[in-house]
Design a protein around this ligand. Structure first.
Ligand SMILES: *Cc1c(COP(=O)(O)O)cnc(C)c1O
Length: 381
């Protein structure tokens, strides 16, 4: 059998044809495909606005800037995420405080966040960056209640979760990144994520004010909005110090055709997840699924006693399982700063045992059965 990675992009002929068409058209960047992708993406997640960016890391950076983050501002996030969720705070000179995860959902624990907030004076923290880890949505309605009580903003790092949703107290399905309970949602189009653009990202929001700021910051802080009759056609103003964080038309074209396949991909990911669960029930611990949630399943994470040995065992069978993630507060950069925050024992326990098994739409049942057999026989010793 050929090598089985933990994640893999799925590119069809219609993706290729669309990109070739854009390569032969007038605009390779700053053309119509960017806006088309933004509009379709906003509609898909149910948000009013979407801003395409170079990658999700740039998206997170612009998001904290659009919220006027100042040096010294304190933000709470989870240690069980990719470093970029925390790094955006550092780009703007802010302080990262970590709260612990829930040991069953692996999501940032609202209890731990609340304890941390309540241990400090009011106004101490500015915002929270929860992550829809592995594709499991955060209950943002509950987060919003805490944010309202403590005057905090919320950036939803939805990089793992396009197509996921939770059900709110009114019984409404709230799609990840729809901007109803968070100021902004952030998505990534790196090839291991659901939608592959090579590199790419999206910021979603329902706030026109944030949208306008994001658009300005994405293109150098430059706008033509104040052009009057007295100005020549070349007129523009740089109103603030922005960046070039644009996504190209080539990448946006791929994003459009990839997005059109996302529902199908998420369905297949859930089929694969259900097959894993059936096989592992009562034998291997996996991420729990709270009532009313739909997991978009970027990852399928299990916990085993001897994780290092399972990782090596699977490699020997050419199954390239991965670890998500080394807790961010233990990375040398953050260790040196000296992380501040809650007791993180659940995060550290999780990291000692977690391993992400292959999860992508084109994984065949046969390949998956091979993975399952290897895991079960390992666990049985
Ligand atoms: C992948 C990822 C990012 C960064 O995405 P890029 O597009 O590679 O910059 C940020 N947060 C999380 C949770 C991610 O998984």
């Amino acid at each position: 059998m050929k090598a089985i990675p933990y994640g893999r992009q799925h590119i069809d002929q219609n993706d290729i044809d669309a990109v070739v068409e854009t390569l032969q058209a007038d605009y390779l960047t700053q053309g119509p495909k960017v806006k088309e992708f933004e509009d379709k993406f906003a509609e898909y997640v149910g948000a009013q606005y979407a801003v395409a960016v170079t990658n999700a890391t740039c998206g997170l950076h612009l998001a904290v800037l659009a919220l006027d983050m100042q040096p010294g501002d304190r933000v709470i996030t989870t240690p069980i995420t990719f470093a970029a969720s925390a790094n955006c705070v550092r780009y703007a000179g802010g302080e990262v405080w970590f709260a612990d995860i829930d040991p069953d959902t692996y999501l940032l624990s609202l209890e731990s966040v609340k304890q941390l907030i309540e241990s400090k004076p009011k106004g101490f923290f500015k915002g929270i960056i929860p992550v829809d880890f592995a594709g499991l949505p955060v209950d943002l309605e509950a987060y919003r209640a805490v944010a309202l009580a403590h005057d905090l903003w919320i950036i939803e790092d939805a990089c793992h979760a396009p197509g996921g949703y939770f059900t709110d107290s009114k019984g409404v399905q709230q799609k990840c990144g729809n901007g109803v309970y968070a100021e902004m949602g952030i998505f990534s189009f790196h090839p291991v994520k659901h939608i592959a653009c090579g590199e790419g990202g999206m910021i979603t929001t329902n706030s026109e004010a944030l949208y306008n700021k994001l658009m300005l910051l994405r293109t150098h802080g430059i706008t033509k909005n104040n052009m009057s009759e007295n100005h020549g056609g070349w007129f523009y103003e740089m109103q603030t110090l922005g960046f070039n964080y644009r996504l190209s038309d080539i990448q946006s074209t791929l994003g459009i055709t990839q997005l059109a396949k996302n529902n199908e991909g998420v369905q297949r990911r859930n089929e694969i997840a259900n097959r894993y669960k059936e096989a592992f029930e009562g034998r291997v611990k996996y991420q729990s699924l709270p009532e009313g949630m739909y997991n978009a399943h970027h990852l399928f994470v299990v916990e085993v006693e001897d994780r290092k040995r399972l990782y090596d065992h699977l490699r020997n069978q050419q199954i390239y399982a991965q670890i998500h993630y080394i807790p961010v507060h233990t990375l040398p950069y953050y260790k040196e700063i000296g992380y501040q925050g809650a007791d993180l024992s659940h995060s550290e326990q999780y990291y000692a045992h977690c391993i992400s098994l292959p999860m992508y739409p084109t994984l065949t049942n046969e390949e998956q059965d091979f993975v399952i057999d290897q895991v079960i026989s390992f666990v049985n010793g």
